[in-house]
Every structure is written in structure tokens, then in C-alpha cells.
Design a protein around this ligand. Structure first.
Ligand code: NAP
Length: 290
């Protein structure tokens, strides 16, 4: 496949920098020796297909997912792939997110990833460390060139309002939350708020960890259109302005299919049928957490 010809759309961060609207998740990868070779192969295939944005975390496999990703990226970077073509996202545990702790955690993540900087570094969820401390740590990392941007994850609108109130907090570049056809609560107030600040919403578990794929209306519509349910679910997310979709797969065919979802155009009738089957929220709902 000609990767260049099929790149997904780009989203613009508040800084003006761009981020691909489709990225590959790595949760539950790098957890066992038994699956190592197959997962490494899957990540290499992903790079061949054209995937350029990768989402990981120090939590995943206790660093195992970062190490695996680093192992896949290193030969590609040594060969022809320019570092600027990649978009690597990782996350810090809340209990590591003190002013100094966040710096040390990032240095460990970079060592595992074999990279000299991250494109985006997220606070995985809100913990007990005061937000101003975490932001100070992120700023330190930016000054040292170890991260380009920082953001948060699992923050609802109220948490983001707290965040933008602390010194430097308004520089938050992205928020990563659970968002899928069957988890549309964020559309009530979080997504509109993020859009008003040009802060991309990174949709995790975009196919509900696989569970969405058996939903009858999705299957029927996908069959009618001649695509897979995963492609339809991802294409729907990619039609939402300011949203990045982050499906995980370590399966070759799924990686190809999910990549193809970025080329799938849905018409107004199809979007309306999806709204009917998976209605948008009419009231505030608690943030879904994975
Ligand atoms: N910030 C957070 O708190 C948070 C929480 C959860 C997830 N995340 C991020 O978001 C990423 C994605 O979320 P997720 O892993 O929870 O769930 P997901 O991407 O919604 O679903 C992954 C599951 O779907 C399967 N799958 C993927 N593509 C498929 C296809 N085309 N056809 C059939 N099955 C398919 C995968 O199996 P195969 O591997 O066999 O394809 C895997 O079992 C994570 O990996 C992680 O990077 C972040």
C-alpha cells in the first residue's frame, strides 16, 4: 500500500502544530514474552501500512508496551523514516506526576521508547498530586526538549476548568477519553468545550474494546455498505470535528482495515441512521472510564 497516498486527516493543536486523526493504541501489548514476536511484527506491519501516530503509557505492561514500540520504531528510524513523520504519545501515572516525578517518569519512558522526545505527554488520569505541580513538571520537560506538547486523559469538563485555572494550565493540548458510538456522553459538554479551545479529543476504546462490533445496527449498516463494523465505527469518529480515533490492534488484517477507515466517507443519511441507532446524549452523563 502506498502509505503517503492514504494518510488520514490532520487535527490542529492549540499551538498550531498538527496531529494525525488516526493513531494506533498499544494497551495490552508488551505484556508477555509469548506474544512478543507477533506484536513486534504487527507494529512493523503498521508502520509499513502507514500508521504514524502511536499511543502508549508507562502503565501498559509495566513499560512493556513502550519497550515494544521502541523496538519496532528503532529500525524504521535508522532506515528511512524521519522522526518528524512520527507522532508518539505516552502517559504518566498520576502517582508519578509530581514536579520532579513527572520528569523522571518521562526520562524512563524515553529510554524504553529509544526516543529523544515525545510529541505529546499526558497525565493518565487525575490523581492526588496538585495539578499545578504536574504542569510545572510538564513545562520543565518542554524546556528541556523532552516533550513537544502535554495534555491530560480521563478529564471531564469540570477537571479541565480546574486545570486551565492553574499557572500554565491553559497550555493543555489534548484530552484523551473514552468515546465511541455507544459512549457518546462527551458530546454533551466536554467535546464542545474542547472544540471551543481547539483542543483535540483523543477517542480511546473507539470500538469499545471489541464489544461494539457485535451491535446489530452497526453490523447491518456495515454489511449494506460493504465495510466492516470496525471501519464504520472508526469512520464515524473520524467524521466528528476535532476528534482523533485510537483503535488498538495487533492483528494484520485489522490494522489494514482500520487504516482504511480514514478513507470511508459517510453521507448525511448514514450519519442520521447511526444517530438513530446510537443516540447522542440529551443530558450530562458521567465520563466513561476504561
Ligand atoms: N487513556 C486511557 O485511560 C485509555 C484507556 C483505554 C485505552 N486507551 C488507549 O486507546 C487504545 C484503544 O483502546 P482499547 O485498546 O481499549 O480498545 P479498542 O481499540 O476499542 O479495541 C481493541 C480490541 O478490538 C480488536 N480489534 C481492533 N480492530 C479490529 C477490527 N478491525 N476487527 C475486529 N476486532 C478488532 C482488537 O483485537 P486485535 O488486536 O486482535 O485486532 C482488540 O481486542 C488503547 O490501546 C490505548 O492506547 C487509553
Amino acid at each position: 500500500m502506498d502509505a503517503e497516498a492514504h494518510h488520514p486527516a490532520l487535527l490542529t493543536l492549540p499551538s498550531g502544530h498538527e496531529l494525525p486523526a488516526l493513531g494506533l493504541g498499544t494497551w495490552r501489548m508488551g505484556e508477555s514474552r509469548a506474544s512478543h514476536a507477533a506484536e513486534l511484527e504487527a507494529l512493523r506491519l503498521a508502520l509499513d501500512i502507514g500508521w504514524r501516530a502511536f499511543d502508549t503509557a508507562e502503565m501498559y505492561g509495566d513499560g512493556g508496551a513502550e519497550s515494544l514500540l521502541g523496538e519496532a520504531l528503532a529500525p524504521a528510524l535508522r532506515a528511512a523514516l524521519p522522526r518528524e513523520a512520527l507522532y508518539v504519545v505516552s502517559k504518566v501515572y498520576p502517582h508519578n506526576a509530581t514536579r520532579e516525578g513527572v520528569v523522571r517518569a518521562c526520562e524512563r519512558s524515553l529510554r524504553r521508547l529509544r526516543l529523544d522526545h515525545l510529541d505529546l505527554y499526558l497525565l493518565h488520569w487525575r490523581g492526588n498530586v496538585p495539578l499545578h505541580e504536574t504542569v510545572a513538571g510538564f513545562e520543565r520537560l518542554q524546556q528541556r526538549g523532552l516533550i513537544r506538547h502535554w495534555g491530560v486523559s480521563n478529564f471531564d469538563r469540570e477537571h479541565l476548568l480546574d486545570l486551565v485555572d492553574v499557572p500554565g494550565g491553559a497550555a493543555c493540548s489534548a484530552n484523551q477519553v473514552w468515546y465511541s458510538l455507544s459512549r457518546r456522553g462527551v458530546e454533551f459538554d466536554l467535546l464542545p468545550w474542547q472544540r471551543s479551545r481547539q483542543m483535540p479529543l483523543m477517542a480511546y476504546s473507539p470500538i469499545d474494546q471489541g464489544a461494539l462490533l457485535t451491535a446489530a445496527p452497526l453490523r447491518e449498516m456495515a454489511q449494506r455498505r460493504g465495510v466492516t463494523p470496525a471501519q464504520l465505527a472508526l469512520a464515524w469518529l473520524l467524521h466528528q470535528p476535532g476528534v482523533m480515533a485510537l483503535p488498538k490492534s495487533s492483528h494484520g488484517l485489522h490494522l489494514q482495515q482500520n487504516w482504511g477507515a480514514a478513507q470511508l466517507k459517510l453521507d448525511a443519511g448514514e450519519l442520521a441512521r447511526l444517530d438513530q441507532a446510537f443516540p447522542p446524549p440529551t443530558t450530562k452523563q458521567p465520563l466513561a472510564v476504561g
